[in-house]
Design a protein around this ligand. Structure first.
Ligand SMILES: [Zn+2]
Length: 480
């Protein structure tokens, strides 16, 4: 009941004008023990209203709010100061723990508190009001990743109410700064506050979930065990500055355009890493007839069946899993029509396959550009991400819970083309899976970094239940 009281106090924040948007007006506040979904929706709705857009982040007020919810429940929680940079509201991580018996090493539930910007004109509702209706919570962060933080929090609160402790401590860690690379968030915690990780054995974070398809394809519980590594580069052209009335030969902007044209046409070789081969092999039995045989041995058939190769690579998502990609994003040049700038530059967002190095890829780009007067600087590079093992208690716990929640579901170790904070933890040897129990048909994921991001209340509820089930399976004595 303490949880109900905490939620009631929290939802007091909805009283007044903001209360009007809540569609459950006039009803009793939900008791999370009976209605986990409504409790989750209300916390998430409030969390979305904290404007934690990165940059600058400003995650601290959100960390404090969520920390207060946990503390009111008697859960040990700490707001961990992180470097604030340009943030005026401050930046911080939230750390909380429910102790187990200590017989086995802890498990960490990780998520992030920052969000990407939202252009309100593209949304059907305001992106930062946390509107709730039609069974959904709508707003920036509903999926990525405030909805995950809330599901993990409610799982932690449920574990805290258990009479018998689990074998493992369960640690909640929600960090700032993931969306711009995490160096001041998860990276900072790993560098400066490693004791908070308590020698954990396992970590669950974003990056994988449950894909709902049309029958007969079963739900796929995708557990990300590795991911591509970002390698962010800045291409800089310098030239003679001055008046633009005479056509320049070595001006910065035209030279930059020449270099970028080469980058745009560049395509790295395809390469099927074992993690990707294994993932497609697991999915092969459910693929279209004409692809079934080839997907069961992707490395072989992509090489020897050109028709299949063309079909496979035409899918941009699949293409990104078998080669390094590079995308031109930011452009900087002159600021006035009749003035040639001294310098023009562009940012490249390259994503590398596991095992590749940013330094080598950078030299490849230097060769592609082939202009000694153009510099290629490294903006962000990590060590090539490692892969977490699949033969673990955590993976088996997820498999067992999948069998209970989704009989017939496929549990597939995945490689993902995006990147998360998982690599910081994998580098410490913590088995880290990108997995949140969340059931999404493919189109729902478009809200991630896009307009009209939303999550269903049913998903929040089942997600928290499935998370609790995984933690109990992982941390119960005598299970194995
Ligand atoms: Zn995210």
């Amino acid at each position: 009941m303490r949880l109900a009281a905490a939620i009631a106090a929290l939802v007091g924040l909805f009283a007044g004008p903001a209360g009007a948007i809540w569609p459950f007006d006039g009803q009793d506040l939900p008791d999370p023990e009976r209605d986990l979904g409504q409790a989750a929706a209300q916390i998430l709705s409030r969390a979305i209203r904290f404007h934690s857009v990165n940059p600058p982040g400003d995650e601290r007020p959100l960390a404090e709010f969520l920390g207060d919810v946990l503390k009111k429940e008697g859960v040990e929680a700490e707001v961990v100061e992180t470097p604030s940079g340009a943030s005026s509201a401050g930046r911080a991580a939230l750390w909380a723990r429910v102790r187990g018996s200590g017989r086995r090493r802890p498990v960490i539930l990780h998520s992030h508190l920052d969000v990407v910007p939202a252009n309100a004109s593209e949304w059907v509702v305001p992106p930062f009001e946390g509107l709730v209706g039609g069974g959904y919570v709508v707003g920036r962060g509903a999926l990525d990743a405030k909805g995950i933080t809330v599901v993990q929090m409610l799982a932690l609160l449920t574990i805290a109410r258990r009479e018998t402790p689990l074998d493992r401590d369960v640690i909640l860690l929600a960090t700032p700064d993931e969306e711009t690379g995490g160096q001041q968030g998860a990276g900072y915690i790993v560098r400066e506050r490693r004791s908070l990780l308590q020698d954990a054995e396992f970590l669950l974070t974003e990056g994988g979930g449950i894909l709902e398809s049309e029958p007969p394809v079963p739900p796929v519980w995708g557990v990300a065990v590795t991911e591509k590594t970002p390698c962010w580069l800045r291409v800089v052209a310098r030239g003679t500055p001055g008046h633009s009335s005479s056509e320049p030969h070595d001006a910065a902007v035209p030279r930059l355009i020449g270099a970028l044209e080469k980058v745009r046409n560049f395509e790295s070789d395809y390469r099927v890493v074992p993690e990707v081969a294994r993932m497609f092999a697991s999915l092969a039995p459910y693929a279209r007839d004409e692809d079934r045989k080839q997907l069961s041995d992707l490395a072989f058939w992509i090489e020897f069946d050109p028709t299949f190769r063309g079909r496979f690579l035409a899918d941009r998502g699949q293409n990104a899993l078998v080669r390094n990609t590079v995308t031109i994003t930011v452009l900087e040049g002159g600021t006035q029509t009749n003035v040639m700038p001294l310098e023009a530059s562009a940012h490249l967002d390259a994503r590398l396959l596991p095992g590749e190095s940013c330094a080598e890829f950078r030299s490849e780009i230097v060769d592609v550009i082939g202009d000694p007067r153009i510099d290629v600087e490294t903006l962000l590079a990590f060590d090539s991400g490692s892969t977490s093992p699949v033969d673990t208690e955590l993976f088996r716990a997820i498999q067992r819970v999948a069998g209970r929640f989704d009989p017939g579901a496929l549990v597939v170790p995945r490689a993902i083309a995006g990147f998360t904070d998982a690599h910081y933890f994998r580098a410490l040897g913590i088995t880290s899976y990108g997995f949140v129990p969340r059931w999404l048909p493919p189109r729902e994921s478009l809200g991630i970094h896009g307009p009209n991001e939303r999550v269903s209340i049913r998903n929040l509820e089942r997600g928290a239940q499935a998370m609790v089930a995984i933690l109990e399976d992982l941390g119960s004595a005598g299970n194995r």
